[in-house]
Ligand binder design. Structure first.
Ligand code: PHE
Length: 460
């Protein structure tokens, strides 16, 4: 087997931290609230939570297992495992799907992370305190995305930071960074929650997030039924938990051999979901208390949180700390997005880790131009009525990651030898939890994901 043993987490805790680092990122704090806002609140949240429990958790377990047993980049892992199970070599394509999806996601993720970087500075310099009206803050954001040169600078800084950490390798760069970052992010989120509770419309925010109203969800325009919300909620569950593209698979490959998979992934999924829910509970009360609309789209977080920072005592400090932590959380996710590609390139034996990082980093950086221009020069250019940024996001989160997830589920539950699976998980085949998991992977997940995807492409 091709293995990649030079990379290994120092311990199970090292893996948990790195996997939380991968999962917690812009997906939780930027994307989850704005999607919840666009899809009407509580109905989206509940469908999202169902997707996390019924699909996210089982697939995460399958993905870690594939990585741990496959012991290589997603491409090599799938090739090794297909051989072991006597299946076609074409299963390596599943690894490829992930490598490509990660590269596409990072190309825009880095641009958005650039926005957060700009907001570190804006908060520290008091810009939000001196321009503390919702409309002034909105125009700060609009001016930012209208300026391609500045966006390019920010994107370049973020990509460079990502590449530096990646070049240093798994333990030295990654593990050390997440150890202090994630707890610090939690602390700042709790402080912001305290602020949100003190706003006059806190309860409106809570109702928006937890009152379930399927009308707006299924009939967004008030007339025609649309199942798109389910697709988006499912895509978001995959995105937020970093599933379906080999990030978690490659992290699993770096696991020490005696780790208990089930316990670790439960912690990761719980932490990820908690951060998303907290982000919503912070943002929506601020939205309603300032007379804003929840469906502002990608700018939601950037147009609402600064209002809070502008008003609260020591807001400059908290604001810059918050955006700094968010940038760092994005960094620990960004790394996992192209680790599959780098691991693959290193494995081919053609390059060392540093040159692999440079090649793939530069390619991602270049592709980032497409997203940058989507917000300004090319904002009128649309395919399927989406800008190029929207299209990349839509295709990766809502199609590529779920497809990756189905195939992982099928491979583990139908094609791998069940003795291999149970021995990896250290359970007996009679174990009740194992049987439920296997049932979900075998039937429910492939069926549910297929139905949602078919609906999305308009088959029914
Ligand atoms: N989970 C990350 C986030 O929520 C994004 C990500 C997606 C990272 C897929 C790795 C793989 O921000």
């Amino acid at each position: 087997m091709t293995t990649n043993i030079q990379n290994q987490w120092s311990s199970q805790a090292g893996f948990i931290l790195a996997a939380i680092g991968s999962a917690v990122g812009l997906g939780n704090i930027w994307k989850f609230p704005y999607l919840t806002g666009e899809y009407g609140g509580g109905a989206f949240v509940i469908i999202y939570l169902i997707c996390v429990v019924l699909m996210g958790l089982p697939i995460m377990m399958a993905e870690v297992l594939l990585g741990k047993r496959g012991a290589g980049s997603p491409v090599a892992s799938m090739r090794n495992l297909a051989k072991e199970a006597g299946q076609s070599r074409l299963w390596a394509l599943l690894g490829w799907l992930g490598v490509i999806a990660g590269f596409l996601v990072l190309s825009y993720y880095s641009v958005i992370a650039g926005w957060t970087l700009d907001y570190v500075w804006n908060s520290a310099s008091g810009t939000f305190a001196t321009n503390n009206t919702p409309s002034a803050i909105k125009s700060i954001f609009q001016n930012l995305i209208a300026d391609p040169t500045y966006l390019l600078i920010l994107h370049s800084i973020f990509m460079l930071a990502t590449m530096i950490i990646l070049a240093r390798g798994v333990q030295g760069g990654l593990e050390r960074a997440v150890k202090f970052m994630i707890p610090a992010l939690f602390v700042v989120l709790i402080m912001l929650l305290a602020y949100a509770i003190s706003t006059p419309k806190f309860m409106d925010g809570v109702h928006f997030m937890f009152d379930i109203n399927f009308n707006k969800f299924f009939y967004p325009d008030g007339e025609n039924f649309s199942g798109k919300g389910i697709l988006v909620a499912m895509g978001q569950a995959f995105f937020s938990l970093s599933l379906g593209m080999g990030a978690i698979m490659v992290y699993g490959a770096y696991l020490p051999k005696d780790t208990s998979i089930a316990k670790t992934i439960a912690i990761v999924a719980f932490a990820d979901t908690l951060v998303a829910i907290l982000a919503g509970l912070i943002i929506f009360p601020i939205v309603f208390s300032n007379g804003l609309e929840p469906d502002a789209g990608v700018g939601l977080v950037f147009e609402t949180l600064p209002i809070a920072f502008g008003q609260m005592p020591f807001g400059n400090i908290f604001g810059s700390l918050f955006f700094l932590l968010l940038t760092l959380a994005a960094l620990s996710s960004a790394i996992s997005l192209i680790e599959p590609a780098i691991a693959w390139l290193v494995e081919t034996g053609k390059c060392a880790r540093v040159s692999a990082t440079i090649v793939i980093g530069i390619a991602t950086w270049l592709l980032g131009f497409v997203t940058i221009f989507s917000f300004n020069e090319w904002s009128e250019f649309k395919l399927f009525s989406m800008t190029m940024f929207e299209l990349i996001d839509y295709v990766t989160s809502n199609i590529m990651l779920p497809l990756g997830g189905i195939f992982m589920a099928i491979f583990v539950a139908w094609l791998m030898k069940s003795e291999d699976v149970t021995s990896e998980l250290k359970v007996s085949a009679q174990n009740c939890g194992y049987q439920i998991w296997n049932f979900l992977l075998r039937y429910i997940i492939p069926l549910a994901v297929t139905l949602v995807l078919l609906n999305a492409i308009g088959i029914f």
